[in-house]
Design a protein around this ligand. Sequence first.
Ligand SMILES: Nc1nc2c(c(=O)[nH]1)N[C@H]1C(S)=C(S)[C@@H](COP(=O)(O)OP(=O)(O)OC[C@H]3O[C@@H](n4cnc5c(=O)[nH]c(N)nc54)[C@H](O)[C@@H]3O)O[C@H]1N2
Ligand SMILES: Nc1nc2c(c(=O)[nH]1)N[C@H]1C(S)=C(S)[C@@H](COP(=O)(O)OP(=O)(O)OC[C@H]3O[C@@H](n4cnc5c(=O)[nH]c(N)nc54)[C@H](O)[C@@H]3O)O[C@H]1N2
Ligand code: SF4
Ligand SMILES: [Mo]
Length: 694
Amino acid sequence: MASEYVKTICFECHSRCGVILEKVDEKLVGIKGDKDHPFSKGYLCPKGKAFTEIIYHPERITHPLLRKGERGQGQFEPVSWDHALDVICERLLDIREKWGAESFAVGTGTTRGVPPFLHRFMAAYGSPNYFSPAHMSGGPVSLGGIMSMGFIMSPDYGLSKCMLVWAHNPDGAWPGLYNAAIRKGLKNGAKLIVVDPRRTPLARKADHWLRIRPGTDIALVLTFLNIIIQRKLYDENFVENWTVGFNRLRDHVSEYTPERCEEITWIPARQIEEAAVMCATIKPACIGPGMAGASQATNAFDLNRALVALGAITGNLEVPGGNPNYRSPTGRRSCYGTDFSVMRNLPPEQAEKRIGLDRFPIITRASGIPEQLWKAILEEKPYPVKGLGLFASNAMCSYANSKNVKEALSALDFLLAIDYFHTPTTTLADVILPPAHWTERDDVEDLMMMNYVFCQPKAVEPVPECRDEKRILVDLAKKMGLEGYWNSVEEGLDYRLEPIGMNFAEFKGKGSFSKPVVYKTYEKMKGFRTPSGSGKVDLYSEFLEKQGYSPLPSYTEPLQSPISTPELYRLYPLILTTGGRNVVYYHSAHRNIPSLRKLSPDPQLDIHPETAAEYDVTDGDWVRLETTVGGVEIKIHFNDDIHPKVVHAPHGYWHGAADGWQRLNINQVTGNQAQCPVTASVQTRSMLCRIEKI
Ligand SMILES: Nc1nc2c(c(=O)[nH]1)N[C@H]1C(S)=C(S)[C@@H](COP(=O)(O)OP(=O)(O)OC[C@H]3O[C@@H](n4cnc5c(=O)[nH]c(N)nc54)[C@H](O)[C@@H]3O)O[C@H]1N2
Ligand SMILES: Nc1nc2c(c(=O)[nH]1)N[C@H]1C(S)=C(S)[C@@H](COP(=O)(O)OP(=O)(O)OC[C@H]3O[C@@H](n4cnc5c(=O)[nH]c(N)nc54)[C@H](O)[C@@H]3O)O[C@H]1N2
Ligand code: SF4
Ligand SMILES: [Mo]
């Protein structure tokens, strides 16, 4: 048979590169980067290259499975789709009747195409309880932007003259989305500042690599603001006309001198000063905040607000080469568009039952917080939660304090899990369903795609008997007699695309759609669309103040640190940050893919050789790493660039070791008690730890 080619979008990770798939006889055999894709421009990483190993993997789950024997023993039997859906339907209707719809929750891992379908399903079923990792991920960046200026910080590297890459690692985390633009910026002579405890590949190219003590970022931003204000390097016109509370911000940051900042952040004062001056005097400058790097701290919200203040006073908001206000062409019907939000589609009294809303009213309106869900399950407060459906979520390894996650999942009456493969999470399930791979389903990609929306048409029929998750929801809604749900996946995708005036079949012919970026929208519309209604960038937020939060972004020491807990520091003398991305893997996935595993077989602890010597361990030794929460085993990896007091451990390792989720999974050592007051973020990027030779 001759080869056929299908142009689509890869989803082995969030970069969503354009790819061209080759198939022979309904079987995929090859992949190439799509040179015409506006962001990835032909790039393909090892995960993308390994796609057929994933689809045709002998361990892929290909039948619906029903638990046999005790929960947690991992014994399942294959059943028909009809039977599996009947069981789910019966359990969901039973929970709703006995306990109320809110007693069934759903959770997703990182976002694929399912949120619009899942939100609408939950609205039709009647439960507001939708959970995701937003609080460790895009949530703080989104809310920091929306609360201060009405849109989300997104850098325009390609046209920039100064790129400030803050807690962000595009080489490992976003190679297909940002790297081509960053390369273009560098080629145009743009300056580069990287704020990261690790010397990332980009930090090597930087004019300034600011090797920050983990968890102290806000102090650095406040110092930048102070230097820029003291030296009158700010954009007076923008500050005067388009900001609220500049004088209060000026007074608030005045104590943050470079010398004081050096004490806090461990970055030399002179370098702080030079970098601050650079990002204020070279125009246009853009800020690229890391989605995880700037989000996993108990003050994540304030860090992202402070970054907005920096963009604002330097006059770089909504300008080419700065941080434009990109709008998805699908608008309210984009992936997390308000049109689908279960909170907006349920009657208010039902929506108000969302767990966590009392404690975290701002972020919880957008997404439920897993730690609040675990608490509700275990305490049966404010009401019992009996059932949970997990779509593409390996909760046991991805959320902080895995032991706590296990307790919560084990306390449920009913757990549904949908995953390509068995994981520590599916082991606890009552029903497991096999989803179609991204090459086997039709979808629309518009999350974080700037002013673009891309078509992701399916290339082949799913491996028997895997099914598109969107179709699973359509079928379940039908079986349960839920009103107001779509009758087919296509109907749902057509609905999503209505704002661009095409249906899915037409869009498939086009491949993508974009709208020109509009700059300075605030001049054309009614100013900045902040919740305070000021129409300006709220450097000082009365809206937040009224809700009992700090109106200005403030620095607080990490919960555990040499300064906040000196006693503990004597027992745990190293600072641990976790989860810096590895291009080879997506979170806890891909460890069972031979070509990928070969590239990065073991979890490695980045540590300075001098520090390792103090513990009498050397490169390649296995050690036990302990925090106040728990311990894991990890392999020493010498890193001359990391601060001798700082170590870094990757997340996501569990596969291939007996009890791997306990022995190797870094979330055994991360805590989840303290949370950012606004975004509920947990402190997975600055803890105290110690190591011991095994
Ligand atoms: N310590 C620490 N923990 C972290 C982080 C960190 O930096 N440090 N990062 C956090 C962040 S930012 C996030 S977003 C979370 C991510 O958390 P998760 O999204 O839960 O992470 P994954 O391990 O990728 O789990 C996804 C699962 O979905 C499966 N899967 C892949 N594609 C599909 C699909 O299309 N459909 C279905 N049904 N299943 C699929 C995979 O096999 C995998 O088992 O992790 C968080 N955890
Ligand atoms: N290959 C791959 N790509 C991914 C993912 C994946 O699992 N694998 N996950 C995707 C997801 S869901 C997300 S949210 C994004 C995350 O995207 P990013 O946030 O850009 O990437 P990370 O590597 O998680 O973190 C960025 C950097 O933060 C640094 N860092 C750690 N602690 C601190 C600190 O206290 N201060 C500062 N300034 N920096 C710190 C780390 O050393 C790291 O280099 O990546 C996405 N892309
Ligand atoms: S970076 Fe790799 S895995 Fe991610 S979308 Fe691009 S090719 Fe796919
Ligand atoms: Mo994330």
